[in-house]
Design a protein around this ligand. Sequence first.
Ligand SMILES: NC(=O)c1ccc[n+]([C@@H]2O[C@H](COP(=O)([O-])OP(=O)(O)OC[C@H]3O[C@@H](n4cnc5c(N)ncnc54)[C@H](O)[C@@H]3O)[C@@H](O)[C@H]2O)c1
Length: 265
Amino acid sequence: MSGPGLRSSVSGSKTMQLINKVALVTGAGSGIGRASALAFAQAGAAVVLAGRTWEKIHAVAAEIEAAGGQAHPVQAHVADGSSVRALVEATVQRFGGLDILFQNAGISPVGTVTEISEEEWDECIAIDLRSVFLGAKYAIPHMQRRGGGVILNTAGTFGLRACRGKAAYAAAKAGVVNLTRAIALDYARDNIRCNVVCPGYVDTPLNDGFAPAERDPFLQQYQPLPGLIQAEEVAQLALYLASDAANMITGQTFVIDGGQQAGIF
Ligand SMILES: NC(=O)c1ccc[n+]([C@@H]2O[C@H](COP(=O)([O-])OP(=O)(O)OC[C@H]3O[C@@H](n4cnc5c(N)ncnc54)[C@H](O)[C@@H]3O)[C@@H](O)[C@H]2O)c1
């Protein structure tokens, strides 16, 4: 099948490749960000790894380079405008542009509105939601100059339905879901796509405080599929959405939760 209506990039084995693409991944030192940075690099992208802890992002960069890929670690605080701006500039300077921005860094604090302080609320909204505004704000002009790009955000199933005891997180992630749609609409004509990934419970350091004795009954009740979702499985979804295989998909929410959102438990 061929013809002017078909985009040549969507064919054969190249659909999930990121050859000649420049990707910036936040929260790249661990969990979903690390797995996605590795997957993007393996698919051919040059990857900038952003995070707060130098040792962690440096180690992931070394892993990518040892496998023959291109990586550049940059220490950044995603809730800080000047830091995000500098991060985007460093990406463009190092690799000549920016094609894919995966806004994945986040925190997941616990507490109801009466339990958490104003400072805890502000910190969660800043790291989980303001960061997405900042990254898009500073990356989009570069993508416009390049003729297009992809923004991918990480929210979570708690951004789709609330969970008891996670008020700030639920609010921030719900904001990420609708901000994704707003960005998708505002920049579609610039050929910039924006989608959001909503994982359920993923086996990452974010959940280190959740002891198996408490976790397993929780998953038994809320996650229909057996097993723990791995960061690498979320990374494959991110890779698909970042690639040209998804080039007509924008403004959408992608749930990877072992069936949690399928029903009422
Ligand atoms: N693990 C889960 O069950 C789960 C479920 C739903 C959504 N998520 C989301 O997935 C994303 C990735 O989390 P993860 O599970 O891989 O956990 P993780 O803790 O391994 O990764 C989060 C990363 O973000 C970084 N980070 C935090 N604040 C930052 C800041 N201000 N500036 C720069 N980097 C910062 C951390 O250092 C860490 O490397 C988060 O947005 C999280 O909310 C995770």
